[in-house]
Structures are given as C-alpha cells and as structure tokens.
Design a binder for this molecule. Structure first.
Ligand SMILES: Cc1cc2nc3c(=O)[nH]c(=O)nc-3n(C[C@H](O)[C@H](O)[C@H](O)COP(=O)(O)O)c2cc1C
Length: 184
C-alpha cells in the first residue's frame, strides 16, 4: 500500500502554501484534504484555487470521517497554513473540527504532525500555544522563507517553505532550495 498523508488548510494568510504542499505530496502519495470555511474564503481572496487538487476531500465538520480515528493509519499530517485559532485548539486538545480532531489523534498515535503557522507579531498566548503543541509532539514551523537561493518570484519563496515541510515528512522532492555553500 502507498503512503497516505492528511493535510489541513486553515484560515491564515498564505493559502498558497497548502495548495503547493497538496500538489507536491499528491505526486507520490494519497492526500486526505480538509479545508476550513475560512481557508476557502481567504483562498478566494488571495486568488488561490483549491478546487482541482490531487486529493480526497474531507468535510471539516465531519467528525465521523475515517481520519478522526486513531485506527486510520497514515504517514503524517500537516496543517498549512495553520491559523492561531487552530493552533490553540490543537495545543489544548479542543477537537471541535475535523482538522483539530485529526491532529489530536495524530499526536496521540505519535505520528508526525506539522503545523505551518502564519501570524505576526506573536502574542504570549500564541507563543505559549506553540510551546504546548511542540511539547505534545508537533513540529512547529513558521512560514518564513530563507533568501540564500536568491528567490525572484513568489513561487520560489513559497517553495522554499514547502520544501522544508516535505523534508520533515520525508517526502522526496526536487525543489531547488538547498543550501549549497557560499560558492554555489
Ligand atoms: C483575510 C483573513 C486573513 C487572516 N489571516 C490570518 C493569519 O494570517 N493568521 C491567523 O492566525 N489568523 C488569520 N485570520 C483569522 C482566522 O481566519 C480566524 O481566526 C478563523 O477563525 C480561523 O479559523 P480556522 O482555523 O478554523 O480556519 C485571517 C482571517 C481573514 C478573514
């Protein structure tokens, strides 16, 4: 059987990150995709089409979905972008949505769970929730691209972040974003 990943796209700016991650994972593995209502609205505003993606769709209100159970085996979950609200829910086990519940079981089953956050500045509440999520086993990442590969386009900036997420899920990719030393 091939690999399966759960992807949540929630209501933070940077819906393009979620879209690119699904596109890349979808090349080699199955994606179970949850899109929150706010994410869908922000996606429309940011001009990011979430309709034609290589993924099986799950409703964020469907708490009876297979991925809401720890008995559903998968290879990891990523929430990208992850809103501060969804971070708060995950950090405290408040599994009111399918994204929150799927992350909750991913953590309890000790599978990889990556939260790609986007907010600035960060309040004490945000920072405390980031630490709580980290301590519960999540990998907390921020949508903060590096510039050493001299990006010229938004797509290149986005892929710098996407590549780091794929690396942490151990998904092979050929995005040209690795540090090659000063002479490269
Ligand atoms: C246009 C727009 C942009 C937003 N950007 C962010 C953001 O970058 N980070 C964040 O944490 N929340 C952001 N929010 C707020 C969240 O969308 C809001 O807290 C929402 O309840 C999150 O719900 P969800 O996590 O279930 O999608 C934004 C909202 C709107 C309407």
């Amino acid at each position: 059987m091939g690999k399966v990943f759960v992807v949540g796209i929630t209501g933070a700016s940077g819906i393009i990150y979620g879209r690119r991650i699904v596109e890349e994972i979808g090349k080699t593995a199955e994606v179970r995709l949850i899109v929150s209502d706010t994410a869908r609205r922000i996606g429309r505003h940011e001009g990011v089409d979430l309709d034609r993606l290589p993924a099986t769709r799950e409703g964020n209100e469907d708490l009876a979905a297979l991925i809401s159970s720890g008995s559903f085996r998968h290879d990891g979950m990523v929430v990208a972008p992850c809103s501060m609200k969804t971070l708060a829910g995950i950090a405290h086990g408040y599994a009111e949505t399918l994204v929150g519940r799927a992350a909750d079981v991913t953590l309890k089953e000790r599978r990889r769970c990556i939260l790609l956050l986007r907010e600035m500045p960060l309040s004490r509440i945000h920072l405390a929730n980031m630490l709580a999520a980290h301590d519960a086993g999540a990998t907390v990442m921020v949508a903060s691209p590096a510039f050493y590969h001299r990006p010229r386009t938004i797509d290149q900036l986005v892929d710098m972040v996407v590549a780091r997420v794929l690396d942490h899920l151990e998904i092979p990719h050929d995005l040209p974003v690795r540090w090659g030393g000063y002479d490269a």
